[in-house]
Structures are given as structure tokens and as C-alpha cells.
Design a protein around this ligand. Sequence first.
Ligand SMILES: C=C1C[C@]23C[C@H]1CC[C@H]2[C@@]12CCC[C@@](C)(C(=O)O1)[C@H]2[C@@H]3C(=O)O
Ligand SMILES: O=C(O)CCC(=O)C(=O)O
Ligand SMILES: [Fe+2]
Length: 346
Amino acid sequence: MSTLSEAYKDNPLQLHHIIPLDFHSVQVVPDSHLWPHHDSQDFPSGVTSDGHSSMPSIDLSDPNVVELVGHACQTWGMLQVTNHGVPSSLLDDVESEARRLFSLPAQQKMKTLRSPVGAAGYGSARISPFFSKLMWHEGFTIMGSSLVDHARELWPHDYESFCDVMEDYQKKMKALASRLLLLILKSLDVTEEEMNWAASVHESEGALQLNSYPSCPDPNSAIGLAPHTDSMLITILHQCNTNGLQIFRDGVGWISVSPAAGALLVNVGDLLHIFSNARFPALYHRAVVNQTRHRISVAYFYGPPADSQVKPFVKLECPCYRSLTVKEYVSIKAQHLEQALSLIRI
Ligand SMILES: C=C1C[C@]23C[C@H]1CC[C@H]2[C@@]12CCC[C@@](C)(C(=O)O1)[C@H]2[C@@H]3C(=O)O
Ligand SMILES: O=C(O)CCC(=O)C(=O)O
Ligand SMILES: [Fe+2]
């Protein structure tokens, strides 16, 4: 049995793609982080709508929840969920623990720097090598068994609250993600065997990503997180009450998804796109930064164990993707990023 962390071993990164800028120490955007000008605040019709329709917001206690979730995955690749059962105190705690981490001096955070072949720890986003400019971002990835060791490095005498909150949050996210996946599979009308496969997804731990976007002196010339799709089945994102997420709508362009207090965002990742035989688009999204606030977001990635086989669900006549393991997909994505899906098309 291999783990997801191991899937990253074959594709080592260079240090300048792992070590974030020391954002506490800069007053101007250095050339290394200067992207072509874009208007970070100028979205058509403001927020969460493309001028024709709005991104679906779904109450999980709605009697039609299966149809609503299925329709949202198909038309937007994203939905907002309310009544999800995750206490708002926990949402606040995970944000404040993340803030506590990113406020530490750079040399302290560097003690938990991700290794070039690793997945867990402090560092820039994994997708960094695919872009010629660096991002206005630092992340901390919790995956596998490194949480306590890392927390001890950061706060030798005071690491428990961080671990308690992260473990509790990860547990709640896993439960919510598995509930959402069942709803999604029901909406696709999959076989009993495929429903059971969803249960096996529950054996993997998933990954938790803390994102930090420090306030930026020139937000229109920097990018928080470059455009990408998430690789796993679904992602649950907590925006922590600060604007910054943008999603790409065909024919419209980038639109901003404003946070709603207490709500969580759920988006379709590559593996669910594959499983749905491309019926559900994998959400293409990015994060922009702002001049005044230090934005935090927390993403939970839910996917099958590394050795699990993923393929389009069987009731379809014509599968458009070949079958492959999660590990294999992660490796193709690490080498080809946006070309990964087209490389496995049949
Ligand atoms: C389980 C995951 C999902 C990962 C890789 C691994 C741990 C870190 C995740 C992220 C988090 C930031 C965006 C992303 C694109 C990145 O660069 O690292 C994500 C990536 C993916 O969805 O591919
Ligand atoms: O910060 C955000 O709003 C987006 C984060 C994200 O896309 C990710 O962690 O994959
Ligand atoms: Fe993402």
C-alpha cells in the first residue's frame, strides 16, 4: 500500500519553488513576483454571479439535496453549502490557528519547510514550477503523520492547541466530504459497487492546506494562487470571510466568489471530473490578493487512497478517460499540470 505523500516523491521540486518570500520584510513587489497587470477587484456584476445565474447555495437539509448538488456540480463545478453541521466556533479556531502559524518569523516557519520530495509542511504551492513568476502566497500542508512533529518545531512548549484544532477540523471535513460524495454519486445514479467504492475513499485521510496571502502593496500586479484545478475528488474550502477566490466561467471570465458567514464552498476536482466522465467540469480557479488584509483560507482535499483505481462510472456507453490509480494521476499532474487530463483521454 502506498500513500498519497509517496506519490510526490518521483517529482522533486527546486528550493526556490518551495521557499516563500519573507513577506514580513518586503515593502514593494519584487520582479520575481510581478505578474502582468490584472484587475483584482474588477469583476463583472460584482460577485458570485456571472450576470445570468448565481453560483448555487444549497442547504444540506433540503429534501431535494441530491438533485440540487448534482445540478450544481454539472453547471458550475462548485456549490456553497449551509447547514453542514461544522460548528462556526471550529471555523473560527482553524482560521486563528492558521494566522498564529503564518505570523511566526520566517526562520521559525522554515523549520517545517517541505522537503523537495515531500508533500507535508510549510512552503509555496506545488504548482509553482509551472509559472514563470512566483505567487504572493505561503502554505502549510497537513498530510500523513507529520502534524505533531511540525507543530513541536513551531511551538516547542505550546503546540497542542494547533494539533487539537487541526485534527478536529480534519475529522469534521472528512465526515462532511464523505456525506457530500454520497449525494454526488446518488445524483449520477451509479451502481452498488461504485457506491461501495465511495466507502473505500473514506480510508484515505485526505489533505488539509492552510493558505496565507499577506496584504500586498500592488495587488493588481501579484497573484495569490495561480489558476488551477484541484486534483482530488472534491475540495471543501473555508474562505475565512475575506474576498479573494475567483472562478473562471466560460464566456464570462473571472468572477469573484464572495464568502458567506458560516458557509463552506465545495468544488469538483480532476478525479471527480474523470469519474463523472466529464459531465462535471473540474473547477478552474485562482486567488487574488488585496492591499489591506492578510487573507487566510483553508482547503480540505478528499480523494481515494493512492492505490485506488479511478475511472468513469460504468453505466456510460463511452468512457472518455482511461482507468488509472490515484498515484499515477498525481504523478502525471505533477509533470504536466493542465495537460494531465488530456493525456489520459481515450
Ligand atoms: C492532496 C493534494 C492536493 C494538492 C496537492 C496535495 C497537497 C497540496 C494540495 C495543493 C494546495 C494548493 C493548490 C494545489 C493545486 C497545490 O499546489 O497544492 C493543491 C494540490 C492539488 O489539488 O493538486
Ligand atoms: O484561497 C482560496 O480561496 C483558494 C485556495 C485554493 O484554491 C486551494 O487551496 O487549492
Ligand atoms: Fe484550489
